[in-house]
Write a protein that binds this ligand. Structure first.
Ligand SMILES: [Zn+2]
Length: 92
């Protein structure tokens, strides 16, 4: 997570559009996931960023690595977010 952020913890405005969209997506996932910090895949209201995909994202906190794991409900899109703690989207 931190390598997306500037020294104030914000998403830099001069980032290329695609990278910025991905960074915003990851920020949303961290924000939604850390409200409840579920240890099993839980629905969020976040739309998958894949073009044409209508799926919603499910996410969980992985107990062992403390990464946030997210999957799309409709396509194979998935990923993990590490180092999200103490970013401004950490709601714990
Ligand atoms: Zn999808």
């Amino acid at each position: 997570m931190p390598h997306f952020l500037d020294d104030k913890g914000n998403i830099p405005t001069e980032m290329p559009k695609e990278a910025r969209e991905l960074a915003s997506f990851l920020a949303l996932v961290v924000d939604a996931t850390t409200k409840k910090s579920p240890f099993s895949l839980t629905k969020t209201e976040i739309r998958c960023f894949k073009k044409g995909c209508q799926g919603l994202i499910k996410s969980e906190v992985l107990k062992e690595s403390n990464e946030i794991h997210w999957v799309c409900s409709k396509c194979p899109n998935e990923g993990r977010i590490s180092d999200w703690k103490l970013t401004k989207w950490d709601n714990r």
